[in-house]
Design a protein around this ligand. Structure first.
Ligand code: DGY
Length: 321
């Protein structure tokens, strides 16, 4: 009997062909998210769901799909949008796309760090608005990486790839507080320290951990109090790791120097959000993995995960539940 697959977003032809060659595929043919009501209707009786990180695959969605649902495959390395305990209860396998986006995300993390520390966006705005006067010795000064200490919260694949890219800038020490095992990147010399010590001693704090109950809002007023007033926070993981009202206060009062965020809560961030009023906060629209090649590779891997899950074979990348 042919299996039914629901794809929650328009994906590339290559990814779609992998599924269409085998299954009945119904796809929400748009770059914009599928409306919740439509999703709840379309997934009834499907065997597999192909989703992206902005789809909330919660208990209601899983229940609506019914007992046929065998596999969920997300085109993302993060899977905090999927109710894993519900999947476990119902024996539903979950696929994700680690590794293939490590380089792109690490590259963007470095770009964001440099943008925040060397005040790139502020500088461009000054040029455009006529704020660029004669050369001034102390104008637009930022923080350099040479001789600095970089703390990485969550030294997994992406954290390691960031560290490897930052090393040639002359970083003196790398600190980390916890590590996700990874065979994919060579280890740099990094010191394991407590979260508190990492906050106290780092010039740059790079957040690269998954969002879960341990990491939710771990960057709050208590954490910002411990950081150096010259420190810069970079977050390319998930917005939920940062308490944004506390971050706003810390940036506004000079408790920390600057921040670079590729992820926020919510996404998109409303254009009148208080964080957007700050000169020392660079915000990007969740583009960590956004290179053409990376997104295509993610698309295909997510399709392959889904096929394996539906066929009951080992997935190339399956979430351990
Ligand atoms: C992911 O895949 O989880 C990333 O956040 C995308 O950039």
């Amino acid at each position: 009997m042919a299996r039914n697959i629901y794809v929650t977003r328009r994906i590339s032809q290559k990814g779609l062909d992998i599924l269409k060659n085998r299954y009945n595929v119904s796809m929400w043919d748009s770059d914009e998210p599928v409306p919740r009501d439509e999703l709840l209707k379309k997934i009834v009786g499907c065997d597999g769901i192909y989703c992206v990180l902005s789809d909330k695959i919660d208990a209601k969605v899983i229940e609506a799909a019914g007992s046929t649902l065998k596999t969920i495959s997300t085109m993302s390395v993060g899977y905090d949008h999927i109710d894993l305990s519900m999947c476990k209860q119902r024996n539903i396998t979950v696929g994700y796309t680690p590794d293939v986006l490590t380089d792109a995300t690490a590259e963007l993390t470095v770009a964001l760090l440099l943008a925040a520390s060397r005040r790139i966006v502020e500088g461009v705005n000054e040029v455009k608005s006529g704020g660029w006067g004669t050369w001034k010795p102390y104008w637009m000064c930022g923080l350099g990486l040479s001789g600095s200490t970089v703390g990485i919260v969550g030294l997994g694949r992406i954290g390691l790839a960031v560290a490897n890219r930052l090393k040639p800038f002359g970083v003196k020490r790398f600190l980390y507080n916890n590590r996700t095992p990874s065979q994919h990147a060579p280890l740099i010399a990094a010191e394991l320290v407590s979260f508190e010590q990492l906050l106290e001693e780092s010039d740059f704090v790079v957040v690269s951990c998954a969002l879960n109950s341990d990491t939710k809002e771990m960057f709050n007023s208590k954490a910002f109090e411990k950081m150096k007033s010259s420190a810069i926070l970079i977050n390319t993981s998930r917005g939920g790791v940062v308490q944004q009202d506390d971050l706003y206060k810390a940036l506004k009062t000079g408790e920390i120097k600057a921040a670079g965020l590729d992820v926020t809560t919510p996404e998109p961030l409303p254009t009148d959000h208080q964080l957007l009023s700050l000169r020392n906060c660079v915000i990007l629209p969740h583009i960590g993995s956004a290179t053409d090649d990376t997104r295509e590779t993610m698309t295909i891997l997510a399709a392959e995960n889904l096929v394996a899950g539906i066929e009951g074979a080992p997935m190339p990348h399956q979430v351990k539940i």
